[in-house]
Write a protein that binds this ligand. Structure first.
Ligand SMILES: [Zn+2]
Length: 315
């Protein structure tokens, strides 16, 4: 059965396609005037604007593991990884304003220093993931890490235009000015923390999944992050998505990943797990550690079923 989430993602990106083409800008945009934002949002279906994908309720910043934190909205957030070589952000939310008013204060609340941000690693080129990157580049001199395909995608005038929950078009969101290119199977060592890069095209041409080392009370865990959940529109892209998913699963099993998380925290119960983490005694097992078998179940029974269903509907 196709989940509501899949429907919403499909809707989100199908709608995005009809908005137009992209005129890329490096300028920091101001928020849209209220009437412009309202008019743009009114063109989107209620099913999208009232969904979790557009829910900008700020979640309480949360420590997930010894070295690993979440800050953000219900719709999307950033993971903050504290390493012995400085802080690495995984994704940067929708806009420069999100960076300034959600990520930075969230980090300060967690006792982290935003001026320690050395890298922003972008999983894919939709504005809910890269929108704040330029801010960190400009304010803190952070280096932007992403795959070349995705750099081209965010700078491509023909790329689909998304409307964000504030009524901005993705064309109005500043892109980073420069980046360091990542390739499949790159292993990045940020001091004591290792991040493995996996090229998993499908959701977007350069979508990137990650395997990240984490520690919980000194115990080692391996986090698998699937870099783009929503299904694309074309048969070809869905076939690529399926191929990438098979590759991701192979690596998840080779690396014995026992945690899976998404930058969309409503996905795979991250919000509930974070609530539990904050309420329970620190001696209790971390609810994020689900084990390798559960990750395989999620890949087999949710992600793969959804994309196979979409492929047969397009065939
Ligand atoms: Zn996306």
């Amino acid at each position: 059965m196709r989940s509501l989430l899949t429907h919403l993602f499909i809707m989100f990106f199908s709608i995005a396609l009809v908005v137009g083409c992209k005129a890329v800008s490096n300028e920091v945009s101001e928020a849209q005037p209220e009437n412009t934002a309202k008019a743009r949002l009114s063109e989107l279906p209620d099913a999208l604007t009232s969904s979790e994908l557009f829910d900008t309720t700020i979640l309480k910043p949360t420590q997930l593991f010894d070295n690993f934190y979440f800050v953000g909205y219900v719709s999307v957030g950033s993971f903050v990884i504290q390493t012995s070589d400085g802080i690495v952000l995984i994704d940067s939310m929708w806009t420069p304003n999100d960076a300034k008013t959600v990520i930075v204060p969230g980090m300060i609340e967690l006792g982290l220093d935003p001026s320690d941000i050395k890298f922003v690693l972008i999983t894919h080129g939709h504005s809910d993931h890269y929108g704040g990157a330029h801010y960190f580049e400009q304010e803190y001199g952070a280096k932007i890490l992403m795959r070349e395909q995705e750099w081209r995608f965010i700078n491509n005038p023909e790329a689909p235009v998304l409307t964000d929950p504030f009524g901005n078009y993705s064309t109005e969101i500043p892109t980073p000015t420069t980046y360091t290119s990542l390739a499949d199977k790159d292993v990045l060592n940020f001091g004591d923390t290792q991040v493995t890069i996996l090229a998993t095209p499908g959701h977007t041409p350069g979508a990137t999944s990650l395997i990240i080392s984490a520690e919980d009370d000194g115990e080692k865990h391996t986090v698998a992050l699937w870099g783009g959940t929503g299904l694309p529109d074309t048969l070809e892209a869905n076939k690529r998505y399926l191929q990438s998913l098979n590759y991701f699963q192979k690596v998840v099993n080779e690396k014995r990943a026992d945690v899976t998380i998404s930058n969309h925290p409503f996905s795979y119960n991250l919000i509930e797990k974070m609530t539990l983490l904050k309420q329970q005694k620190t001696s209790m097992p971390n609810p994020l550690v689900v084990g390798n078998e559960a990750i395989n179940d999620y890949i087999d029974n949710e992600l793969r079923n959804n994309v196979k269903e979409k492929i047969s509907s397009l065939d």
